[in-house]
Write a protein that binds this ligand. Structure first.
Ligand code: SAH
Length: 213
């Protein structure tokens, strides 16, 4: 588990690429500049770790593109101590970014292999989520609700209701919605039954799978 000057240099270049693509949140950029993304990937992909691309992480899944991670993190506007629910732990890279931003992170993954691997790996790197859960993200996490923010890191065919109802008033759900291509949506809870919806362009994610546990 090495992080060399070469990796740090490549990371800084990646941060500059993200800036040029429009990411402005200094804290998000600092987290991406700090977290050794290459350690979240198989070693054969080392050279690719600091390109702004998604990559396979095994079990048919991908580590999200850095731009996407930055974009979703920026939308959440995390304050230290915020309670955040992540759906789709995967490699744990997005989880690490959320932890680094000071959030109390709860993260759900439905692939048992990935859940086990990431549960072991994240604490080794010093990133401690409040809880990593093996389960179905469509249900959210009722026992820990309400959340300041919910982030979905897989493409959802529709917006699961529990993810909206588990938000605090003022809380935000950031979720890519669609089948082949997804539109990034953000729902802000304005009242018990009122939500403001905003759309932020197209992205591509692996699917959020339903009834597959
Ligand atoms: N945040 C991750 C992205 C991984 S890709 C990263 O940066 O590495 C999306 C992840 O969502 C996959 O690991 C996939 O197994 C998981 N997933 C898909 N459907 C899910 C569901 N219903 N509940 C929880 N996780 C799910």
């Amino acid at each position: 588990m090495k992080d060399t000057f070469k990796h740090q240099g490549l990371r800084q270049q990646l941060v500059n690429v993200l800036k040029s693509k429009g990411i402005v949140d200094a804290k998000v950029l600092a987290s991406i500049g700090k977290i050794p993304r290459h350690l979240f990937m198989d070693s054969s992909f080392l050279d690719h770790a600091y390109q702004d691309k998604a990559f396979p992480i095994g079990a048919d899944q991908t580590i999200s593109q850095p731009y996407t991670v930055a974009f979703q993190s920026e939308l959440l506007e995390i304050k230290p101590g915020d309670k955040i629910l992540e759906i789709g732990t995967g490699s744990g890279y997005q989880t690490a970014v959320l932890c680094d931003l000071g959030a109390k992170v709860f993260s759900i993954e439905r692939q048992h292999e990935l859940f086990k691997k990431t549960s072991k790996f994240l604490p080794k790197l010093g990133y401690r989520a409040k809880k990593l859960i093996f389960g179905d993200g469509y249900l959210g996490l009722e026992e820990e609700a309400p959340f300041d923010g919910v982030i979905v890191t897989a493409g959802a065919p529709y917006v699961p209701k529990p993810l909206l109802s588990q938000l605090k008033i003022g809380g935000k759900l950031v979720i890519p919605v669609g089948d082949d291509v997804q539109v990034m949506n953000m729902f802000t809870r304005k009242g018990p039954k009122e939500f403001e919806q905003e759309e932020f362009g197209e992205f591509r994610f692996v699917p959020l799978l339903e009834n597959k546990n």
